[in-house]
Design a protein around this ligand. Sequence first.
Ligand code: TPP
Ligand code: MG
Length: 832
Amino acid sequence: MASRTKTGTQSSAAVLDTPNGERERVFDAFRHWGYLEADLDPLGFLRPAPHVDLRIDNEFAHEARRIYCGTIGVEFMHISDPARRRWIQEHMEGPPPAIDQEKALDLLIRAELFEQVLQQRYLGNKRFSLEGVTALIPLMDEILDAAGQQGAGELVMGMSHRGRLNVIVHIAKRAPEEVFAGFEDVDPRSVLGSGDVKYHMGATGEYQTRSGAKVHIHLVSNPSHLEAVDPVTIGRTRAKHDRTGAAGPKKYLPLLVHGDAAFAGQGIVAETLNFADLPGYTVGGTVHIIANNQIGFTTVPRESHSARFAAQLARRQSIPIFHVNGEDVDAVIRVGRIALEYRYAFHTDVVVDMLGYRRHGHSEVDDPTITQPLLYKAIKEHPPLWEIYSEDIGVEDAATRVQAIRAELEAAQKNASSITKKPTLRDLPAYWDNYTGGRYKPEYEVETGLSTQELSEVTQPLTTYPEDFHIHPKVKKLLEQRAEMGAGKRAVDYGMAEALAFGSLVKAGVPVRLSGQDSRRGTFNQRHSVLVDVENEKEYVPLQHVSAGQARCEIYNSTLSEAGVLGFEYGYSRDYPEALVLWEAQFGDFANVAQAVIDQFISAGEDKWNLLSGVVLLLPHGYEGQGPEHSSARIERFLQLAARDNFQICQPSNAAQYFHLLRRQALRHWRKPLIVFTPKSMLRHPDASSPIEDFTHLHFLNVLPDTEVSNAKRILLCTGKIGHELREERKKRKDNSTAIVFLEQMYPFPEAELIKELERHASARDIVWVQEEPANKGALFYMLPRLRNLAGERPVLSVKRSASASPATGSFKAHEMEQNTLLTLAFSSNAQ
Ligand SMILES: Cc1ncc(C[n+]2csc(CCOP(=O)(O)OP(=O)(O)O)c2C)c(N)n1
Ligand SMILES: [Mg+2]
């Protein structure tokens, strides 16, 4: 050992002593720090930041400076794998590739003139011009061409407003007429209250590589919320991979185009980068492009990020960052190819940070000279890129080409004004053919129960493991109990109910994917979907051994993220309608970290884009004295978002109901997001466990009737855990005149079922909505008008905690006092 170390030291010293060693030393300094002195800003406002290690003046330094401080600056020496560093080194230090300059010039002219025609014809409309970072088009063109050579069949791409329309025409190759038509007036009645602005709508198209190969382009619909589309795009790509198998990462390439301010500022970018290499989330590398116009609305980089470059967020990862001057078009194209080939060589993310400027205001109706007068004076005097490039490459008839292309685009614009129906720019994949959205119809129902025989067949593989597996004694006991549950010898709890739902679904060919923080075991120690061998930590997943030919079952512990992970799972559900896709919050309280994903995609996606999802949110909810952040999943927020049957909001109050609900979600062909408030203390509570017979019932019940009490004097209506406490209280009071009815589905509102329950207890005088949540939270505001509508003459009262800014008290004692008061009030005539 010792001698080997010594030899190693000697040999490296020997290398350094040779001229070659000196060359390496100088080059290494530039490989490390060259990007700081690179010439990256077309307008020259971003000055080089001299680095002390680069104060070298010899022939090696001149050569290294030319490579590493020119118009490409690459950060890659933080990459831990020497093979990857060497790869980049070779590509940077080798000869530049031949570039199809004619094609690049043509794209640049087209891209700029497209913006100009929009500007002239639709003055006062927002389009978010690409001018200033126009090289995005030849950059993406090169990436696609290179991707086609690598065998890519589809580009799955997320981007925000900047240059989006341009990309739809020049990359997705939609006819310009179709985009122009979006600016023409259409019949507004067709989109009242729904639809979206033109620079958010998704688009699909076909790109053709130089060798004639076709790459399908899928531009994902996105909200204004910058970067929210990132994890959605990655989730969609992953679903496409999973449908395809091992060839997926080669076939489907994800690409994200970011703004500089958004990339640096939005945490969801960090969340998305962070799961890039994790088994549950990887897509074999995403190409990130920052269309870096060095401004965000009116905010300049020195106000926008603490690092020199917006891109440096990505330094956390062992991936390269290529900064490139957006006015050296050949360099941009070269970087595009290197980045793409790197992604295919090493299957990691890669970042291209293309620096330019923004020719106009943030949108075209905004005047940037108010906030950046000097910058915009310089921009005004700066020629368009096609002009610079045509001079660089010695094209003399550029003006003639410009005229021809302008005529072409103007003709397209004229055609567009005669298009009366707004074209859709998007084709849906065939796997959506069997699924439907829109309003609920009873005909969508399917039977969700299983026979006792079927239940026992699923139980067997779920409660057994290989002979040589060293099981944890606690898990062993749990599986023994589950075996008894499945055999009808013990009431079934939630953990087993869920396992039976998942197991029966995968057996029937429905894939199941669940991710969330600590979801493999379960936050409340309830799931145990992955068994861990106590001697060697090998894993065994019973749900993957249910039957031969079963569908995949994947359960992942997620990163500690809500927005990123929920965005991913929503995206996954968008491209896997056949699968049951679930995201679980650690506690429902944390779901609001993902509020933008809930609001912009899950709630509004169908309304805005006519795009469906069956994603399931499991949100642990319930007032159990655990304080303000471990009590409430904010039922009120979801109910407020509910309209036009956009999603389903449920709280199953027992294990069998949970089982039926999950199976209903997967087996119906009505694809709607499902919000489930899930239990915590009730997970193993006998009151919420179910006899095996309840799993043989036909359906999930939207309303659980009270059949114990006949002709009650008072009806308590509630949802979730409080109902069990009310039952307990009723028993204590030996009360036989109060009915307790559980609303298992709050939205769509189960009106017919509720009417039936109110009629069952027709002589009940009082109808009381009882909830644990404070008066300004929970379902109260939603229930009261609806219940009053059904109750007719009968008064509808309510019992709830006092209105409160915080969801719950931090004191367990105070919680207990409050809870007792609720129960007492529910049975007294003091309810209001
Ligand atoms: C999450 C979010 N916050 C704020 C905004 C408002 N907004 C729209 S564009 C913009 C500036 C974006 O700058 P940058 O990311 O650099 O993109 P650029 O417009 O320069 O291409 C802001 C703040 C938004 N759309 N989304
Ligand atoms: Mg910007």
